[in-house]
Ligand binder design. Structure first.
Ligand SMILES: [Zn+2]
Length: 240
């Protein structure tokens, strides 16, 4: 099991860890700040070093409870063995952009679900240059889209703080609209990580978020697409 340090501190950029497993180019540390590719958010990249030698981390994936960090070269080449201590740092600009997009997804979802009863998020994909979100909506027109964009930006301008809480499953499910993603939370999850944007939204989520939504700066919806009868796709970009 790799301890996920970003669950409590999304702004952690550097950390030390002990290597629990080495498999060719891939290593499993006992703890990590690297976000593994999941939930529509790409993996963090960065660097890992051991005794002064270093290697780029080019992919991070979750396999069961393990988080495997793929290096650009075999771990052995930089002297990484099971049990040794590594220093690691994540590429912050890349991660911070993902955090801005990810938190913007919460804001946009909150704005749309407030307006449209029973709407769900059916998919999303974050990238460095834009993000798309799919909603189970029957129809939306250009005016509606403009309205959602304006409302999202109005919320962002309010500079609402974002809080991370860990709640017992029973407690968490008392929150209305806790799960907006069409994927259900696994039964085995006894403690739920709840992300609250003060006065706007509460959402069960394992992702990386900003401390305050003002850091999003603003969004521009750049396009929409119909994906099937009741599925609508929205593309948006962050304002610089
Ligand atoms: Zn989230």
């Amino acid at each position: 099991m790799t301890e996920l340090l970003y669950l409590k501190d999304c702004y952690l950029k550097e950390f030390e860890a002990i290597v629990e497993l080495v498999e060719g180019n891939r290593i499993e540390p006992d703890r990590t700040a690297f976000y593994p590719e999941s939930g529509g958010q790409p993996a963090d990249f960065g660097e890992i070093s051991c005794d002064g030698k270093s290697a780029r981390v080019v992919m991070v994936k979750k396999e069961g409870g393990r988080v495997l960090h793929e290096l650009e070269k075999p771990a052995e080449e930089i002297g990484i063995k099971q049990g040794c201590t590594i220093k690691a740092s994540i590429d912050w600009d890349r991660r911070y952009t993902f955090m801005r997009y990810h938190t913007a997804c919460h804001v946009l979802a909150a704005v749309i679900t407030k307006e449209e009863q029973g709407v769900e998020i059916t998919g999303n994909q974050i990238a460095l240059d834009r993000t798309r979100m799919d909603f189970s909506l029957e129809n939306f027109d250009k005016e509606k889209i403009k309205q959602y964009e304006e409302e999202a930006n109005k919320e962002i301008a309010k500079a609402l703080p974002v809080r991370i809480e860990f709640l017992e499953r029973e407690e968490a499910f008392k929150i209305p609209g806790l799960v907006k993603l069409r994927k259900l939370l696994p039964e085995s999850l006894k403690v739920i990580r709840v992300i609250s944007i003060e006065g706007l939204d509460q959402q069960a989520c394992g992702g990386t978020h900003l401390k305050n939504i003002s850091e999003i700066k603003g969004i521009t919806i750049t396009g929409t697409e119909n994906k099937g009868k009741s599925n609508r796709r929205i593309y948006f970009k962050l304002k610089e």
